[in-house]
Write a protein that binds this ligand. Structure first.
Ligand code: NAD
Ligand code: MG
Length: 394
């Protein structure tokens, strides 16, 4: 069996470390070509010691120099780089077979696109890239022959619940995609209680341990909104064929309902190593380190309709996808700025949806036909949301 060379973009994050945990179990199958982080020099150094990549990439020249010194001290031959071009290079390098796109937010867009254009097996965790530029990304993959494997647990579950073809999956005969949502840590709070939620409360997810941005998105249900758009792009379905089902236990990771009344679901423990291992090895199966699901210990499976009065970002995401063009990119950019402000203590929890809604109302939607239009929409939306935050504080 040939050993596959893997680049992990965002290797020090929650998805990145889970990916390396799976890779470490299979040295006969995978080698690490490149690891990247924004500014976590020490974490990246530890990973370099353990996984001996050919390349490591950081966000700035200073942090790259720091890592270089540490690596030299240990006699590690890793080549250290910094910046966006280096990310694109390690995502598209001929020596690489598989790229794990696990950078958070729009910052991951260009390197994710570079991997798609270069025809890699692309393990897609960075949902924001797909929300911003779904059409371009899917088109690039079709042209180059890149295989996009969803890592997001719901989309990986949908992939597993669809009939496999030589090159992926088909959506023949499907009636609806049933996208499950845990409902997040604030699922049962009233609007009055939501008004005074602190970042610490919002960060505490009951079932999953994740990076800070996606944890806040789970608390507002924007994560599910982004995932609705992600499902439309990945599986070429209409937004009205995606139904969100709140399932607090996070045992069923999503379902597909078929024309004949069949519903196929994928189940497992809430541990990202399962979808990561599936996406790495498909169509084979490998050990992920996740224990088997003990159905006798699962107390029950519950399902509810989502409440878009308390969680309006879910409704806004549906509307943005219906509007099309640059609307999803504007929605995403406004949300990224609002989440950073909430984590910083600058805005209240309920302002998150208000800021995204106001940003969408302020801006003109254009066709998302090329990258520069999308990047411009992203940048204008960021400026608009920042202005709205400053006005509210004044
Ligand atoms: P995280 O914050 O834990 O990690 C982010 C990684 O990206 C880190 O390695 C960080 O150094 C790097 N990074 C951050 N900003 C960067 C920048 N400007 N330039 C380059 N690198 C940068 O995030 P996470 O929870 O691992 O999520 C990563 C992506 O996966 C997100 O898009 C998220 O929505 C998606 N995702 C995460 C989970 C999960 O369980 N954590 C599940 C599904 C999807
Ligand atoms: Mg998910």
């Amino acid at each position: 069996m040939a050993v596959r060379a893997v680049t992990v973009l965002g290797s020090t994050g929650s998805i990145g470390t889970s990916t390396l945990d799976v890779i470490a179990r299979h040295p006969d199958r995978y080698s690490v070509h490149a690891l990247t982080a924004h500014s976590s020099v020490n974490d990246l150094f530890e990973q370099c010691r353990r996984f001996r990549p050919v390349h490591a990439v950081l966000g700035s020249a200073e942090s790259a120099a720091e890592l270089q010194t540490l690596c030299r001290g240990e006699g590690l031959a890793v080549q250290v780089h910094h910046g966006a071009q280096a990310l694109n290079a390690v995502a598209s390098d001929d020596a690489v077979d598989t790229v794990v796109a696990a950078i958070v937010g729009a910052a991951g867009l260009l390197s994710t696109l570079a991997a798609a254009e270069a025809g890699k097996r692309l393990l897609l965790a960075n949902k924001e890239a797909l929300v911003m530029s779904g059409q371009l990304l899917m088109q690039a993959a079709r042209q180059s022959g890149a295989l996009i494997m969803p890592v997001d647990s719901e989309h990986n579950a949908i992939f597993q619940s669809l009939p496999a073809t030589e090159t992926g999956v088909s959506t023949a005969g499907i009636e609806k995609i049933l996208l499950t949502a845990s409902g997040g840590p604030l699922r049962n709070l009233t609007l009055e209680e939501l008004a005074v939620v602190s970042p610490q409360q919002a960060l505490k997810h009951p079932n999953w341990s994740m990076g800070p941005k996606i944890s806040i998105d789970s608390a507002t249900m924007m994560n599910k909104g982004l995932e609705v758009i992600e499902a439309c792009q990945l599986f070429s379905v209409d937004v009205d064929d995606v139904q969100v089902v709140v399932h607090p236990e996070s045992i069923i990771h999503s379902m597909v309902s078929y024309a004949d009344g069949s519903v196929i679901a994928q189940m497992g423990r809430p541990d990202m190593r399962t979808p990561i291992a599936h996406a790495l090895a498909w169509p084979e199966r490998i050990d992920s380190g996740v224990e088997a699901l003990d159905l006798f210990k699962v107390s029950g499976l519950h399902f509810e309709e989502p409440d878009t009065t308390r969680f309006p970002l879910l409704r806004l995401a549906f509307e943005a996808q219906r509007a099309g063009g640059t609307a999803p990119a504007i929605l995403n950019a406004a949300n990224e700025v609002a989440v950073a402000a909430f984590l910083n203590g600058d805005v209240a929890f309920l302002q998150l949806s208000a800021l995204v809604e106001q940003t969408l109302e302020c801006l003109k939607i254009s066709p998302a036909s090329d990258l520069s239009t999308i990047i411009e929409a992203d940048s204008i939306a960021r400026g608009t949301t920042q202005r709205l935050i400053a006005q509210a504080a004044a």
